[in-house]
Ligand binder design. Sequence first.
Ligand code: C2E
Ligand code: MG
Ligand code: MG
Length: 252
Amino acid sequence: SDVKEALKNDHIFLVYQPKIDLATRKPYGLEALVRWHHPIKKMIYPEDFVPAIEKTSLIHMLTEEIFKKSLIFHKKLKEKGIEIPISINISTKNLYDMSFYKHMTAIFRDFDIVPKMVEFEVTETVLMDKPELSKSILQKFSEFGFRIAIDDFGKGYSSLAYLAQFPIHTIKIDKFFTKQILISQTTQAIVKATINLAIQLGYEVLIEGIEDKETADLLQSYGCKSAQGYYFLKPKNEVIITDYLMTNYKKI
Ligand code: C2E
Ligand code: MG
Ligand code: MG
């Protein structure tokens, strides 16, 4: 009941972090990240409430509401001349639910937005646990025109060879690697090889968790085209993101 109330009152809301083109250092997309401003517990981060919600069927409602909120923001930006792709995070539980595809596409059809403006981020565990099921569901989303990204790549145990059977557009390399890349030659070798292979397999590659210029420059020298991280911008509310895009993003 807390979750339902919070969604209604906008106590559960979204912040956005830009995805950056490393060549120009300009934003080319946004990732929506959920926050809960709890009246007693104050600000709660997703890692402290999403797992609990995932244990219940409320996760479907949460993801659908998040999708709606992010599409509303996308439209608001478009009215200001800013048409920018938006990503949302999908829980494993969502993807295994038979009515999820139907619900998400029904929500989407109420908006006048091109599907390729939307990307769903899923983690590799989804694909490891029920490969056949997740393949068929991702296929449907992909055929609809949505883009699919693998989030936190490298944290689990799947390989790019394994992922190649799924309809995936983007590989997001986990920030675990970014953290130690400047001090570990092993990490440098792993990340460099991963970027090369992913590019050869036709994926877009994004590296998460960039906190300084040195790391951004190093990753760019490895051929990585996209990045996210506090160095560029921390996740921010709609007002700040709108201002930021007004000065940093091409208008339509
Ligand atoms: P994620 O999708 O991998 O999101 C990236 C997380 O890294 C975000 O944490 C972001 O704030 C943080 N981050 C970004 N840049 C940096 C950086 O330079 N350094 C460091 N140390 N961290 C950085 P956040 O917002 O706390 O989200 C954590 C995770 O919770 C997300 O990881 C995602 O798996 C999940 N999550 C977030 N929003 C949603 C949502 O709407 N639905 C679902 N199902 N899960 C969500
Ligand atoms: Mg994500
Ligand atoms: Mg991630």
